[in-house]
Ligand binder design. Sequence first.
Ligand code: FAD
Ligand code: AMP
Length: 478
Amino acid sequence: MSQKFDVVVVGAGPGGYVAAIRAAQLGLKTACIEKYQGKEGKTALGGTCLNVGCIPSKALLDSSYKYHEAHEGFKVHGINAGEVTIDVPAMVGRKDQIVKNLTGGVAALFKANGVTLLEGHGKLLSNKRVEVTGKDGNSEVVEAENIILASGSRPVDIPPAPVDQKVIVDSTGALDFQTVPKRLGVIGAGVIGLELGSVWARLGSEVTVLEALDKFLPAADEQVAKEAFKVLTKQGLTIRLGARVTGSEVNGDQVTVSYTDAEGEQKIEFDRLIVAVGRRPVTTDLLAADSGVDSDERGFIFVDDYCATSVPGVYAIGDVVRGAMLAHKASEEGVMVAERIAGHKAQMNYDLIPSVIYTHPEIAWVGKSEQVLKAEGVEVNVGTFPFAASGRAMAANDTTGFVKVIADAKSDRVLGVHVIGPSAAELVQQGAIGMEFGTSAEDLGMMVFSHPTLSEALHEAALAVSGHAIHVANRKKR
Ligand code: FAD
Ligand code: AMP
């Protein structure tokens, strides 16, 4: 007799584990299948995000920022720390410990909520059955009323730079360097390339980022992208736009990378090369030929707005389906699907998914950029406020960047909040809360913000939409 569940989830990343916990909370008999083996050779939950993504990258970003501050930022506060040195294995070890705590935490949450963990590879068969194949090669078939596919994504490989995880690494390898590479190349100026490039640049690498596109951060508001380019370049990152990598040759501990740019063929040598050219969905051996579930030519599983596939009772969420490849998007889809299975009318607002790049200063936004709104013919009013005018930012010696609030010219409804600056991610989240409730710039301007906080920059930018900012000269006077 095969085991029967109300819900079986394939994959325990932020999409799958959240879906499984929510389903169990709703009284559904739930199992989650996970195959990933962590560094200790045991099943590790949490997916890309906890094991080799969001969390370990932020651990190294925070450690490297502290080192950088101790080197460059203390003196201005009158602090002399003497000689500051770095122990890379200890830094990476701290990161590994955080990963271990968090992945163990998910296992504990499964226990607490009564989610059954099935260790192994899951494959969707026909008639709501899933085959689970363990490490030992033994298989069992489980049955479920509902199945949620949450198999996530993996780094894109490009033929000109094959990853060997020694000299040429992907994002996973770049989280485990044991020494600081002298010359570090990064292919791709996306979120992951900029974050990992920043980690190693702060620790002393000479970092060169090669980006095929001519435009820097095309998804960001142009004003923010321009400032980001200026700031990151000033921090020592060499960012070559319009530079398409065409080949690489590894010689011992070095790699020579060939690329083409406006001037023609170029070559550059590095000690390590990070390939960060995007991620693609994981559907390897996930769908039996007669499962009835389809994916597009890139492997994304087709779903509707509620993450339902074309097979009744089978859903797919997170990086394996359309939309932003972000942990919080995956998790919210997991909650939505679990609740819909339980009969609730849950839905998700795909227009308000915040984006964050955890460089320093952080870059974050929610809603639409000024250029997109203008292209759509929407008339807007814009308010900006520089952190250079924020008392709290001055106190912290962290005054780079600004907050930009974009509002509909007719209704004053906030359509976008864009920030480059300290704690940008947290400030943008405040904008997202307001936008979810249809806030106007005037509403934000009428609220009382604690003083002194970085959040006041959001308050002032909202006031600046109508020319009423207090602590900066307004572009527009009313
Ligand atoms: P995943 O997290 O990829 O999880 C899928 C899980 O399914 C994996 O554990 C996998 O082993 C398992 N699996 C796959 N196939 C099977 C199968 N057939 N059977 C059993 N198990 C299977 N996002 C953010 O929002 N913020 C960030 O700061 C951020 N930083 C990132 C930094 C890096 C370096 C990287 C690489 C990614 C980052 N991301 C970030 C993206 C984020 O990690 C993903 O969007 C998120 O993990 C997607 O969640 P998911 O549940 O869809 O898939
Ligand atoms: P993202 O998808 O945000 O992770 O960003 C990946 C980036 O890598 C994109 O901006 C791509 O333009 C860039 N990219 C992809 N292939 C190449 C290549 N061969 N050389 C340089 N950049 C590339």
